[in-house]
Design a protein around this ligand. Structure first.
Ligand code: UD1
Ligand code: CA
Length: 455
């Protein structure tokens, strides 16, 4: 039986940002979400998240998660945060796992190992530690012989203590009934004038309770986000690890140093990712695709097998199999492109659908429109979907086998019937019946040299 408390009330002053630290993103996912996703694979009775600095923002982000939130109105330290959590935890008779909300690289397997060691050895208090070559900034694990007697914060350490390389990772397991009384003994008589959670370790020692650290070997896993440099390093680490996994699963990454793919994206075998590509979470790419160079895909998005996307941006849209997107296309706003389609150079598609074998090859804007099968959109066609005065948007439909001539404008709402043709340069404001030709432009007149001056 375990409950978890996630400490997420701090401001993160070293990020120099009005935004709470835990909402800063790695790929398109906040630091806190990475921590909560790790906790999702730990068996827990409840997750309590302590919010404080700009709590409304953190709480509104947390709506999607099955967690309880507790407000720490003043952030007086990590120990104070746990004191505030006490009411929500109640007189719980199990273990309480406490996790710093700013450690997005922590793995669920590591947390499970810590809990297992804690429960198997019937310990009162355990925590994750790690040997770091450069322990600067972290709390140090102070031992007498092999026995743990305290954790001391960097700012409170003596010079010899600063040489200690075993650091506190900020993930703890407490036997709640035994440890909770220690919270009353915390004081802020220290360098930062904060109530330190880590002072519970010395208190447990003074009470003769059983404490242990669980040493982990990957120094990055314990990394807390404190600065923008830390954020950049975590982006890099998450990306590197993910690209390695993708390559091992059969995806070609031509230039790993110039490719960023969220670990929450799925990519099929024999897809090739060319340099300069950035792919966010909730993107699913099929097999044998060619993505990039210089392509951005923002999720949720789906790319079917055999599709190519070159020098383009796809955002919250899906492309079916064997289609060709780009170069320099922008497909966005819930668009749905069918199989064997083309969205070519300088074409923007917004909230629109293409059936099968439909093509918009050059220089077009397709907004709020349904294009059925085998439609051909001429170069420079624009669907005028927006009334600037009212701010309203209108929809148009182009039925199968219809085509629009170059430089035509369809003023929505209109329907172009099946097999109909819109002549080049037309401004269409009325529906066009099936199989007919719509011409909506003034006729060309060729004036003789003598009439040129009249004109
Ligand atoms: C903390 C530990 C340190 C450990 C390090 C690991 C303490 C006193 N020190 O230091 O031993 O090596 O983590 O990363 O715990 N928070 C609150 N309320 C507060 C203060 C902080 O919820 O009043 C939250 C923060 O949002 C953050 C977490 O607690 O997510 C840790 O706080 P932070 O200030 O980053 O502690 P460190 O100085 O990094
Ligand atoms: Ca920290």
């Amino acid at each position: 039986m375990t409950k978890a408390v996630v400490l997420a009330a701090g401001r993160g002053s070293r990020l120099y940002s009005p935004k709470p630290k835990v909402l800063h993103k790695i790929f398109d996912k906040p630091v806190l979400a990475w921590v909560l996703d790790s906790l999702a694979e730990v068996e827990l009775d409840e997750i309590i998240v302590i919010c404080g600095y700009k709590a409304e923002q953190v709480q509104s982000f947390l709506h999607a998660y099955p967690v309880t939130t507790v407000i720490q109105a003043e952030q007086l330290g990590t120990g104070h945060a746990l004191q505030i959590a006490r009411e929500a935890i109640g007189d719980y008779e199990g273990s309480v796992l406490v996790v710093n909300g700013d450690c997005p690289l922590i793995e669920s397997s590591t947390i499970n190992d810590l809990l297992k060691q804690h429960q198997d050895n019937i310990l009162d208090l355990s925590f994750l530690s790690c040997e770091l070559e450069k322990p600067y900034g972290y709390g140090r694990v102070i031992r007498k012989g092999s026995e743990i007697i305290a954790i001391k914060e960097e700012k409170d350490c003596s010079e010899p203590e600063k040489l200690i390389t075993e650091i506190n990772a900020g993930v703890y397991a407490f036997e709640w009934q035994t440890i909770a009384p220690g919270l009353e003994t915390l004081s802020n008589n220290n360098a930062q004038e904060e109530y330190y959670l880590t002072d519970l370790i010395a208190w447990a020692y003074s009470q003769g309770l059983a404490s242990a650290s669980h040493k982990i070997t990957n120094p990055y896993e314990v990394m807390g986000i404190n600065t923008r440099e830390d954020l950049a390093l975590v982006w890099k680490l998450k990306n590197e690890a993910n690209l390695e996994l993708l390559m091992r699963s059969g995806v070609t990454i031509v230039d790993p140093l110039n490719t960023m793919i969220s670990p929450d994206a799925d990519i099929g075998q024999d897809t090739i990712i060319f340099p300069g590509t950035y792919i966010q979470r909730r993107v699913v790419i099929g097999e044998g695709c060619e993505i990039g160079p210089n392509t951005t895909i923002l999720g949720p998005a789906e790319i079917g097998s055999g599709t190519s996307v070159i020098h383009s941006v796809i955002s919250r849209s899906s492309i079916a199999e064997n289609s060709f997107i780009g170069p320099f296309a922008h497909v966005r706003g819930g668009s749905d492109i069918g199989p064997d389609c083309k969205v070519g150079s300088f074409v923007e598609v917004k909230n629109s659908s293409f059936g099968e074998k439909t093509m918009a090859s050059h220089l077009s804007y397709i907004g709020d429109a349904k294009l059925k099968n085998n439609v051909n959109i001429g170069a420079g066609t624009v669907i005028a979907n927006y009334d600037h005065r009212t701010g309203k948007k209108f929809e148009s439909t182009i039925q199968s086998n219809a085509s629009t001539g170059a430089n035509s404008v369809l003023v929505s709402p209109v329907e172009i019937g099946a097999g109909a043709t819109v002549a080049a340069g037309s401004v269409i404001t009325k529906n066009v019946p099936a199989d007919s030709l719509a011409i909506a432009r003034s006729r060309q007149e060729n004036l003789s040299p003598s009439r040129k001056t009249e004109a």
